[in-house]
Design a protein. Structure first.
Length: 318
């Protein structure tokens, strides 16, 4: 039996095969588009540009907005009350007209339940059956915004607390300063901006660096003492107490730093005063002086006591 294509010339037959092949390719691409459209976890709408009516919505839109796709087809986003702020919608339209497409336009939408979602909207023009359309994708960033807001509030609380503190306070990440209060900056002779990004080792005297590095490596809380290094190269005795904590995916270490210069000077003055008193008492020839602890053990026995009682100091002590 003759083939239905026997009457075609070789050139016509080639053109026919090319057309059919192109149709097969287009059908395959369409099937892939439909599969990706409904598999996408982000809500997607396809709207007509001339009147804004929705011609298709994916399954994620149903899940996020709360209304099955067939019930939104033929309606506009304004009719559905999706735009929480009409000014967002106006800005969206203006930017789209000016740029032709949009990426990550920030806005807030209202879902069917009345809840508000913060999101990023992207829009791309496409043509469907000769009709100018838009494919609009919404990325829900509500949780991310809440985390960011919580982080900002936490940072504000830290700044308020750090500003009111008497001690110097620093926050360190990976061995580098990421935040300090004014008190610490003044203590070490820097501005706050100068200290941000500095390695901790630059703020510690060489003779104390091994100690500090070990404390940080072992995440020890302290308190412990070491010598800090001022911007001008002078050393400063400090007492520090630190704690490591997680902030999101970041591992941070917050440290409270107290200037020990005054206390060290007072301790030195006390030791010098005690040594002078001891020397005076030790060399007083006619006054026997002894010191005892609460259990009655002798702690001090001067020369006059030796002469008066006949016991050497080495024999009497303890």
């Amino acid at each position: 039996m003759d083939s239905q294509y026997d009457h075609l010339s070789r050139e016509d037959l080639i053109r026919l095969l090319e057309v059919r092949g192109q149709a097969t390719i287009e059908q395959a691409l369409l099937e892939r588009f439909v599969l990706a459209f409904h598999a996408c976890p982000d809500p997607i709408l396809i709207t007509r540009q001339r009147d804004g009516k929705i011609i298709e919505a994916n399954e994620a839109f149903d899940r996020v907005y709360g209304v099955p796709a067939p019930q939104v087809v033929g309606r506009t986003t304004i009719e559905l009350g999706i735009w929480s702020d009409v000014q967002d919608r106006n800005r969206f339209v203006e930017k789209l007209k000016a740029e032709g497409r949009l990426r990550n336009f920030e806005c807030v939408i209202t879902v069917h339940s009345g809840d508000h979602l913060a999101g990023l909207v992207s829009a791309e023009p496409i043509e469907i059956d000769g009709e100018a359309c838009l494919i609009v994708v919404f990325r829900d960033v509500t949780s991310q915004k809440k985390v960011e807001r919580s982080l900002r509030e936490s940072e504000e609380r830290f700044h308020n607390l750090a500003s009111a503190a008497f001690e110097g306070i620093s926050i360190v990440e990976h061995g580098k300063v990421v935040e300090v209060n004014d008190q610490l900056a003044q203590m070490l002779g820097y501005s706050r901006d100068e200290m941000i990004g500095l390695p901790v080792s630059q703020l510690v005297a060489p003779e104390s660096r091994a100690l500090v590095e070990n404390k940080m490596r072992e995440a020890e809380a302290g308190p412990y003492e070491h010598l800090a290094l001022r911007k001008d190269g002078t050393r400063l005795p400090v007492e520090v107490q630190a704690r490591s904590f997680d902030s999101g995916e970041r591992r941070l270490r917050v440290t409270s730093i107290r200037d020990m210069t005054g206390r060290k000077a007072a301790e030195e003055s006390y030791r010098a005063s005690e040594e002078r008193l001891r020397a005076t008492i030790e060399n007083t020839p006619y006054v026997a002086v002894q010191w005892y602890d609460l259990q009655g053990k002798i702690l001090f026995w001067n020369q006059a006591s030796e002469a008066m009682f006949g016991w050497k100091s080495s024999e009497a002590l303890g």
